[in-house]
Every structure is written in structure tokens, then in C-alpha cells.
Design a protein around this ligand. Sequence first.
Ligand SMILES: Nc1nc2c(c(=O)[nH]1)N[C@H]1C(S)=C(S)[C@@H](COP(=O)(O)O)O[C@H]1N2
Ligand SMILES: [Mo]
Length: 325
Amino acid sequence: MARSDAKRLIRGDHLSGQITPESVAHSRRAIVLAGAALAAAGPGLLQASTPKPASAYAPLAAKPSRYSILERPVPFEEASTYNNFYEFGLEKEDPAYWAPGRLKIAPWKVTVEGLVARPREFDIDELRKLAPMEERITRLRCVEGWSMVIPWVGYSLSELIRRVQPLGSAKFIEFTTLADPKQMPGLSYRALRWPYREGLRMDEAQHPLSLLAFGMYGVMLPEQNGAPLRLMVPWKYGFKSSKSIVKIRFVEAQPPTLWTLTAPKEYGFYANVNPEVAHPRWSQATERVLGTDALFAPRRKTELFNGYADLVAPMYAGMDLKTFY
Ligand SMILES: Nc1nc2c(c(=O)[nH]1)N[C@H]1C(S)=C(S)[C@@H](COP(=O)(O)O)O[C@H]1N2
Ligand SMILES: [Mo]
């Protein structure tokens, strides 16, 4: 995919301002070096990859979801080459370049533990069969100020939650991403508080809109999009939607997350999309819509809860969304 200047402008916004340009440059070099070391270790298996079309991935059948928005998805090529997955580097192009061939997605186990009556480890093949797959078209709204529309394949996270029977004391769920330095050169970037961890309040996690995604565009997720399973919480900024999850833990207190540990003033726990609550370094009133044919991506008005206010606002009744951002 061609790198447009419009895209260059918004790269790395999660991090700029956190750290000196020097340390960024340094860490990027470290990532490149780590990648080079991996490539040297095993030619063939560990080569950096060129973008693959959707047809290169195994199909994943799904029925249309009632929760889809009526908007045209961006081309697969865009959704699979413009990614945030810092375990594979800081640039938007890094994950598509480093993750395929490095992230080993089979076998894959997901541990479900903590305050549940039936804690257990799931094999990914078993998880895929747990509930009927739906195709859900949603807008992924990154906190950096861009969005793109993507057709995900998965089922509501609530399907998994009810099967493990949460205890009354479980108030939040923590999601942990794989953190293996042998597979993920970005972990050498020490400014972020690895592993990538995110969390949801129990009612948010149980909301039917919270999706456990295994695929997109009718096929299995590409590695760079969070294979073999990730979250998609469409009314929240993209960083809440953890990729490549290995652990789901039910807890009593609000769990720390990579972003609340790394930059608490900038990235709150709730992270609900809200045009009225600015990021400390930029407004959230509008967003750049990626994947259109226009030379410079047009902007649209950001919608409260990313357009799902009627479905999710009741969960936040009485809460000050500026305080709990
Ligand atoms: N493990 C992990 N999950 C992650 C991230 C990450 O860096 N690591 N980035 C988040 C951010 S900031 C966004 S916007 C979305 C991007 O998802 P996409 O690349 O599939 O569009 O993934 C989220 N999930
Ligand atoms: Mo993001």
C-alpha cells in the first residue's frame, strides 16, 4: 500500500509527546535490529512478509449481524496494512511486515481464570466453535483521530462469559495479549508497560456489542490484526480492543492496563468515543476517515459512543464522562 502523506502525519500519535524524538528513533532502531536478528536466525520461516490478499487466509463463514452499521468497509488491503500493534513496531506498516511468519497462531490456548465458577483453558479451535459466527461491520475509531470501517467475524464476548459462570464478586475483566520477545520485536521498546493489557467493566464486557473477533472480511484474522482472536469494542477507542489474547481474567477491582500504566492522563480506562472530551494533545470532535478514494481522507464528525449511544449510554447514566474518560 502506498504511504500517503496524510497518513504520515498521524503516525505514532499514541506515543509522540510521551518520549523524546531521540528515544523513539533509538527504539525504532532497536526494533529493526531485533527484527534483523530474527531474520538471521532462520531464513524462510522468519522472512519479513509482503501483504497478502484476503484469499490467502482460510475462510470463516458467518451470518450477517443485526449490529452492523450500513457503511462500506475499507478494502481488505487497507485494514490489513495500516495497523497499530506495537508488539510488532511503532509504524503503521510494521505489523503487516513483521507479524506474519513470526506470530505463531497455532497451537493457541486461551486461559480463562479468576473469579469464575468454571475456570479453564480453551484451545482456539474449541473457542471458534463455541457460538455461531456473525459478520459485524463496525467503525474502528482510533484515539489518534482516524477511523475505518471493517467487517469483523466473531460472536459476542457474552457467549464465552456465561459459559464460565462469573462469581458475584467479579466486577471487571482483564484481557492479556501474548508477550513473547522471540516472536515480537516491539517488546524491546521499554517505554510501554508490557504486556499489552486491557480491561472492561463486567456490564461492558457482557454487552452484546462487545465482540470476540476471530476473522474479518469472511476470512481468519491476519496476524497483524490480532490473530487468532481479539476484542472489538466498537463504542470505545481502538486501543481497548486487545489483539492476540492469551488470558482472560475476572477480577474484583478495575485492572491496570498498558495505557493507564504508561500514560494515564492521556488514555483513560473507559475510553468511550466522545467528541466533547478532547485528548490532552488534540480535539476528538472530528476524525479522518481512512480508506476512501479521496487523495486526502475527508473528516467526519465524531459521534458520541461512536454512534452506539442508544445502545450503550444507559451503562454510564450518572457518570461524568469527562472524569471517567
Ligand atoms: N496487543 C495489542 N492490541 C492492540 C494494539 C496493540 O498495540 N497491541 N493497538 C490497539 C490500537 S491503538 C488500535 S487502534 C487497534 C487497531 O486494530 P487494527 O490494526 O486491526 O485496525 O488495535 C488495538 N489493539
Ligand atoms: Mo488506536
